[in-house]
Design a protein around this ligand. Structure first.
Ligand SMILES: [Zn+2]
Length: 69
């Protein structure tokens, strides 16, 4: 039986490994938090990052509400 993992690192893309995208939802990171460390295909221990404080429930759309004038 496979050991329980927080996330399936087999499905991470290059941006997620490099810390440019959230390792959980794949959104581009603006505010991030350290998620965990995982070994990539070459066996190197890599720090993975996730959205802070939490992943957006709606991945698409403006993250900042429109300003009132
Ligand atoms: Zn996320």
């Amino acid at each position: 039986m496979k050991a329980a993992l927080v996330l399936d690192t087999d499905n991470l893309n290059g941006d997620q490994w490099r810390g440019w995208a959230c390792a959980l939802c794949g959104a581009r990171l603006y505010a991030d938090r350290p998620l965990c460390k995982a070994r990539d295909r070459s066996g190197e221990l890599v720090q993975l990052w996730a959205c802070a404080p939490a992943c957006p429930s709606k991945p698409r759309g403006p993250s900042v509400p429109p300003q009132r004038y």
